[in-house]
Design a protein around this ligand. Structure first.
Ligand SMILES: [Zn+2]
Length: 412
């Protein structure tokens, strides 16, 4: 699946810089960046023609085991999840669970392959992908995502999350299944404490996820407070547990939508806690009417990224792993459209998510692995306006075969 690892990109516009540059990639590493015209033609030469070139996109939140399942489900769950202030988010999860009994591995692989090829085509080279682990799905989703991780190695780097979507305490047997999933090769332990019935069960859920993370020396990802209930406190629980376990910078908070309804004094205290535990927040404002307080978190110095979350499943009707589209939607939902705001949103789909999932050296800089996109557009606002697929994607140092990915992805 991998193309050449030595190439030159001519006449590239870097973020925040006036002049154009040539970038030389040797053996997959960014070997040099010099003024335009300084690099001679190479075996493979890409002419960026003044368009913006940046590090590639990173998606910290994708339910890759559920992509393209919406047509099997009907949209009852979708309607519940998105109604009002998300008061029925829990019943959406219960409705959505039904599909898992009948999901077939080959169909999941085919749908996951299409969505992963979309990621490659749209320049999304690193994805944290969640697989449900519970009594209905068993560890089928992990099996599928591990296979896709191997298939797309070097093209799209998948971090597989063993995710307790239906709870741990309320879903007996899940704790054992999570351990089986980690032994099968899952990379990250995933939880969703807010759906447990009592506060004590929520705390137990958080504790069990960290127990397993410590056993496997793995990072943690949790879907937190994903409903319109200002009484939900599981973001605080996870950050506290991360602090107590020394899991600093290794626990990622997904959603935390209830934060939108928190009184300010509690919110301020929570922000201080997130910073102390170096907990990053991933927000997906296009998949529900409430969202984390992105601007305030950014202003406070919390690492915030934007995630795709869903692609045509019980919770969201669209999606194609196009992070420019995710940022474009975010610009509207978060009302962030000034040039500085667009720059914040662009960080939230590139360098911030890279740091949030533990990628070192993802930034566009000499000596780093070449993970690059050549955008269509001479500015970030132009690239966001059209959110077109990049004209070239370099992943893990190799030029991606764009046509092959487009064919697998089945995008027009
Ligand atoms: Zn999600």
């Amino acid at each position: 699946m991998q193309g050449p690892s030595s190439l030159t990109i001519q006449s590239a516009r870097l973020r925040g810089e006036a002049g154009l540059v040539d970038l030389v990639v040797r053996d997959g590493i960014i070997a040099s960046i010099g003024p335009a015209g300084s690099a001679s033609s190479d075996e493979v030469t890409i002419n960026a023609a003044g368009n913006v070139v940046t590090e590639s996109f990173v998606n910290t939140h994708l339910h890759l085991d559920k992509v393209f399942t919406l047509h099997d489900l009907g949209d009852a769950a979708l309607a519940d999840y998105q109604s009002g202030e998300m008061g029925k988010a829990m019943s959406a999860i219960e409705t959505a669970a039904a599909v898992k009994r009948s999901q077939d591995v080959d169909a999941m692989l085919a749908a996951g392959r299409r969505a992963t090829a979309m990621a490659a085509y749209y320049g999304n080279t690193h994805v944290r992908a969640l697989a449900d682990v519970d009594s209905k799905a068993g560890v089928r989703g992990v099996e599928v995502l591990v296979a896709l991780r191997d298939e797309f190695a070097g093209v799209v780097d998948l971090q597989v999350v063993a995710f307790a979507q239906d709870g741990i305490i309320r879903e007996p047997g899940t704790e054992d299944l999570l351990r089986i999933a980690m032994a099968m090769g899952a990379d990250v332990v995933g939880g969703i404490p807010w759906i447990e019935f009592t506060e004590a069960d929520m705390a137990d859920h958080v504790r069990i996820v960290f127990d397993i993370a410590v056993e496997y020396d793995a990072a943690v990802s949790m879907l937190l407070d994903d409903a319109g209930d200002p009484g939900l406190r599981t973001t605080e629980m996870m950050a506290t547990e991360a602090l107590n376990r020394g899991w600093i910078g290794r626990a990622l908070a997904h959603h935390a939508r209830a934060m939108a309804l928190y009184p300010d004094p509690y919110f301020e205290r929570l922000v201080a806690l997130l910073k102390a535990a170096d907990v990053a927040v991933v927000s997906d404002p296009h998949t529900g009417p409430l969202h984390a307080r992105v601007r305030e978190l950014v202003d406070a110095g919390v690492n915030v990224s934007l995630g795709q979350d869903d692609i045509s499943d019980a919770y969201y009707a669209f999606g194609r792993n196009n992070m420019l589209e995710v940022a474009f939607l975010g610009a509207h939902l978060l009302w962030m459209m000034s040039e500085p705001d667009l720059s914040i949103l662009y960080d939230a789909i590139t360098v911030n998510p890279a740091a949030a999932i533990g990628l070192d050296g993802h930034a566009l800089a000499v000596g780093n692995t070449a993970n690059l996109v050549v955008l269509e557009g001479r500015s970030l606002s132009e690239a966001l306006r059209f959110h077109a697929a990049p004209s070239a994607v370099i992943s893990h140092g190799h030029l991606i075969d764009r046509d092959a990915m487009q064919a697998i992805a089945d995008v027009p």
